[in-house]
Ligand binder design. Structure first.
Ligand code: ATP
Length: 454
């Protein structure tokens, strides 16, 4: 059965991000650099929220996971041991006619350079080379000499920094398997065909957690993490109809993995991997033990030694960011006016509330609005906006997903109350100005589910 497509297009999301300063094409004044992006104010705030919600769920609210921040450039032997030097490759084909390059395993998603309506290889003019393996790691040099001995790599994933610190952390963190190490940081991949906005970029921020378990428990923990991560996305308000789990077939899995599942999101480009959860077995710790000569194993109190197995949930902030924006985007007509609204989970929304004096020239309103703003901003990211018609100010906030607006109006001058307007329902109620902070604290802690229809 044909799936209904996401109603929102990627172009719509790109243009909203551009218009409202979430994301800009990078190096724009120099003509850009393909598929590289810079984050503006609201983009930074949204990313910070995603990162801290992940950290809270994965580290802060658990007893069994600790944090790590390892270097981006590691000893190149790490990447020999991990298999990345030999095998972190994608199959590349060139078209001798249009001079474009494609991933041989993704030709069905690519467009022929001459006839964008066709797939590469589909027209009689297409002249594709045999696939050859292309390593995705970015190379650099460490120190003043640029020869083979100084070659190093920008990390293509954060996970290896965790494995090589297994001994340090397990000795000092007073944890025994099952326990995990979580890390957030930039990773770099020289993707052959980046694109679809932030979905596939060459520089991205990964959030990975390696969970070390007794071998006999690995399957149970793998199943646990697939469910736990899916639950995290549900709590963020991503709609059920846009989420699914797809288990990899044997031919798709890495040779060392006994099971891998993708948590997929229905992006405007179709169902795609949002997050991967893999049961990596003992491969990583064994490889680093062999290559480094340092035993990465667990010795239990009875003196039994074993190499823990690893279960890994791995995702990038970029893929979550795009999924959240696509899920939240909505256009509607209210009265006789169109509005664009981002129905983001309040915890994800870059700005939590707007404080709006109805008549900015009125000194009583202006003073009260300013005082409320200065009180609230010590606790939450809030905005004060006193320019333009009130309707336009509401719509500006709707477009960046601000869940609530507090409006100071004539009545405030009489009874010290303000109006709170709800972004999603547009309902308005009155609150004492003195109670606004407690109201907002409370509102941000409430469970939230998307009011968007499926
Ligand atoms: P894909 O098959 O889409 O290339 P992958 O299976 O190679 O992804 P992993 O190596 O499992 O990806 O990386 C873990 C996570 O990192 C992915 O689930 C995704 O969220 C994110 N990720 C990987 N590559 C990119 C990229 N180029 N841009 C943005 N995020 C990425």
């Amino acid at each position: 059965m044909a799936e209904a497509a996401q109603p929102v297009t990627m172009d719509t999301i790109v243009s909203l991000c551009r218009r409202r300063g979430f994301v800009f094409p990078s190096s724009e004044i120099y003509g850009g650099l393909g598929s590289t992006y810079d984050y503006g104010h609201y983009g930074v705030l949204t990313k910070n929220n995603i990162r801290s919600l992940w950290f809270r769920a994965m580290v802060q609210e658990r007893d069994d996971i600790v944090a790590l921040d390892s270097a981006i450039i590691l000893n190149p032997s790490v990447w020999e041991a991990s298999g990345h030097v030999a095998g972190f490759t994608d199959p590349l084909v060139d078209c001798r006619t249009c001079k474009l390059r494609f991933r041989a395993d993704q030709l069905e998603q690519a467009n022929c350079g001459r006839k964008p309506s066709k797939r590469p290889g589909e027209t009689p003019d297409c002249d594709l080379t045999e696939p050859r393996q292309f390593n995705l790691m970015f190379e650099t040099h460490v120190g003043a000499l640029r020869d083979e001995s100084s070659a190093a790599y920008l990390r293509p994933e954060t996970a290896q920094g965790i494995f090589i610190n297994f001994k340090n952390v397990s000795q000092l963190a007073r944890r025994k398997p099952p326990f995990g190490i979580a890390q957030v940081g930039k990773s770099f991949r020289n993707e052959i065909t980046p694109g679809n906005f932030l979905f596939r970029v060459r520089e991205f921020e990964q959030m990975e957690m390696e969970f070390f378990v007794p071998p006999a428990d690995a399957t149970r923990w793998y199943e646990y993490w697939v469910e736990a991560r899916l639950g995290w996305y549900r709590n963020l308000g991503l709609r059920e109809s846009n989420l699914r789990v797809r288990e990899h077939g044997e031919d798709e899995r890495s040779h060392y993995s006994s099971a891998t599942s993708d948590i997929e999101y229905r992006y405007p480009i179709g169902w795609q991997e949002l997050e991967g959860v893999a049961n990596r077995g003992e491969f990583d710790l064994t490889q680093h033990t062999q290559h480094s000569g340092t035993k990465l194993e667990w010795i239990d109190p009875d003196g039994n030694r074993y190499t823990p197995h690893v279960v890994e949930p791995a995702v990038s902030i970029e893929r979550i960011f795009v999924a959240l924006l696509c899920d939240a985007y909505h256009e509607e007509v209210v009265g006789d006016r169109e509005r664009v609204v981002l129905r983001l989970h309040p915890k994800v929304a870059p700005v939590k509330a707007a404080i709006l004096p109805l008549v900015p020239r009125d000194e009583g309103m202006a003073t009260r609005a300013r005082a409320l703003y200065e009180d609230l901003r010590r606790h939450h990211v809030v905005e004060h906006d006193d320019s333009g018609q009130i309707g336009r100010r509401y719509r500006r906030q709707d477009e960046i997903g601000t869940p609530w607006a507090f409006t100071v109006d004539e009545q405030t001058l009489e009874d010290e109350t303000v109006t709170v307007r709800d972004r999603d329902s547009l309902a308005q109620e009155r609150l004492p100005i003195a109670g606004v902070r407690a109201w907002l604290d409370d509102a941000l802690e409430r469970d939230w589910s998307s009011p968007q229809s499926d």
